[in-house]
Design a binder for this molecule. Sequence first.
Ligand code: ZN
Ligand code: ZN
Length: 135
Amino acid sequence: MTANQTLHSGGCLCGAVRFSASGDPIGGNHCHCAMCRKDSGSGVSTFVTFPTNAVTWNGTPTDYESSPNRFRGFCPKCGSSLTWRDGGSAESIDLRLGSFDDPTPFKATKHLWMSTALPGFVELDPDIDHFDQRS
Ligand SMILES: [Zn+2]
Ligand SMILES: [Zn+2]
């Protein structure tokens, strides 16, 4: 990490788990899958993807293995959902957009799991790529 790289800070609702992501994200998505709905309690989940080694942690999210080798990280104290990661692909991690202190610099570039999208959320940003499942 070089000194002039932008740092994007964030964390959970209670502050027990904080993170800092350096540089630019490598992607962003709106996920419409049923597990993200359960995890977040909302109709669609928006994630910002960073290289795993660009993210440093202060406090440790607890991992929940929601499907084989797929992990969702949450604060063990307040329960805020923070991350999604593929245990078989260590290069990147998805951070929930809403967990950033300033989410305004980020954009989603694709919609995932449109095959299970709720009718009321299908038209969310029609100008970016839509995928029936994962991209
Ligand atoms: Zn917390
Ligand atoms: Zn999802």
